[in-house]
Ligand binder design. Structure first.
Ligand code: TYD
Length: 197
């Protein structure tokens, strides 16, 4: 099984991913995007640094380079070995951030996602819904995207809502407000109800 967590910056995904992985058991593979391989972590540090000038199309392609390496060398083999994989972000981040918020186009993101992942999609994607302003205030660092400010995060949030509406079978939207324990309880309840569907 493959589960992804999505949300605006500061939505609490990383904390929730750790709690979810713990709840799913010791054999669960926890990854983050961009990252999860040596090459993808190197790409991540370039992408995260607002001090490194980067053209937006180059930025887009770097996300796909990182994803292709992670999917082919880590995620697929783990799924084939029967492991559960949980990921902090996946394909929908690129649609929301680059496709919509950066305005590079949703179609091109779909096509490049298909090439990078060979069509692999999560079985379930959990969207943590938080107010973008609250999220931005909570985000610890100032990366390239957080530096874009609240209007950018609002575009990202709107794009996520749209994807969740378009793909109701793959998505579950969870209220990200409250304590980490409260949000975790909601996520586990959502997982349970999806499993019964
Ligand atoms: P994230 O790990 O959530 O940030 P943090 O350092 O706060 O834990 O994600 C890194 C940033 O990369 C985040 O601002 C969202 C952005 N991003 C994209 O723009 N497109 C993508 O495809 C992905 C995976 C991330």
């Amino acid at each position: 099984m493959f589960i992804a967590l999505e949300g605006v910056d500061g939505s609490g995904k990383s904390t929730q991913l750790a709690l979810l992985a713990e709840a799913l058991g010791p054999d669960t593979l926890k990854i983050r995007e961009p990252g999860g391989t040596e090459a993808a972590e190197a790409i991540r540090s370039t992408l995260a640094d607002p001090g490194i000038p980067l053209d937006t199309t180059a930025e887009l392609l770097l996300f796909f380079a990182a994803r292709a390496d992670l999917v082919r060398r880590v995620i697929r083999p783990a799924i084939e070995a029967g492991r559960t994989v949980v990921s902090d972000r996946f394909v929908d981040s690129t649609e929301a951030y680059q496709g919509v918020a950066r305005g590079l186009g949703v179609e091109v993101v779909h096509e490049l996602n298909r090439i990078a992942t060979d069509g692999l999609l999560p079985d379930l994607t959990i969207l943590l819904r938080v107010d973008p302003e609250t999220g931005l205030a909570r985000a610890e660092s100032e990366d390239r995207f957080e530096a874009e400010g609240v209007a950018f995060q609002r575009l990202v949030a709107g794009a996520y809502e749209e994807i969740a509406r378009r793909e109701p079978d793959r998505f579950v939207v969870v209220d990200g407000s409250g304590s980490p324990e409260e949000v975790h309880t909601r996520i586990m309840a959502a997982l349970g109800s999806k499993a019964r569907q």
